[in-house]
Design a protein around this ligand. Sequence first.
Ligand code: NAP
Length: 253
Amino acid sequence: MEKIGKRFQGKVAIVTASTQGIGFGIAERLGLEGAAVVISSRRQPNVDEAVEKLKNQGIEVMGLVCHVSNAQHRKDLIKNTIQKYGKLDVVVCNAAANPSVDGILETKESVLDKLWEINVKTSILLLQEVAPHLNKGSSIVFVSSIAGFHPPKGLAMYGVTKTALLGLTKALAAEMAPDTRVNCVAPGFVPTHFASFLTTDEEMKRSLEEKTLLNRLGTTQDMAAAVAYLASDDAAYVTGETLIVAGGMPSRL
Ligand code: NAP
């Protein structure tokens, strides 16, 4: 981390679902590169703990409770960001749920609704609120998944919602051009709390590692580096694209 640049000096970034895992890694990276970062998640103690960790690294950070499904929380997230920092340059939509490992044909309607709501719809609703505040040169990054390219058993419907983000990226890139770029990162498997049902089982972990060309799972820093690239001016001529960060794991729709 010692050699990273300062591509986000003077910029303001919101990262949803960012008190641990990939979201926290993204907030940390953007913050270390000079951004003022607004982090959030559902639970106040998690927000407080993450704010403390970022502050200890000299990062300018504000933390708020924001359950992405809660309309008032979304409104407050934007309102407080603009009140405190006066502008908004980067939004990373990172929240997701995977409440069931059932096959698609066995998935209950309530679960289908939750998957669609958290993984796709709330990002759209958040961006509807965000759009009027975005600067020229601003950037949106969605966090999809390698599972969006090939929805695996046990993650099938979750994978389909992540496929939807690939289309959403293309559609919003056209709608928000030329002032705002919209891109997407599709992580491979990263040992976080979210993926613990896969990555804590040694046999499963080994089989996932073997599917990569680089013989390892991803890290939150691998994902954060890709998001930071797409959100930065280094990607000034890149929009509507999905960057797969999965160690060479096969990825084709
Ligand atoms: P994680 O380590 O479990 O972290 C999830 C974070 O989201 C926590 O900060 C949690 O805090 C917050 N959160 C959960 N539900 C929320 C909600 N409804 N509203 C707001 N915040 C919420 O998860 P992760 O692995 O980093 O996953 C992050 C993203 O990466 C997801 O979009 C996931 O689909 C994607 N992804 C992950 C992997 C992987 O292998 N890990 C692979 C591909 C894609 P609270 O509990 O306080 O809310």
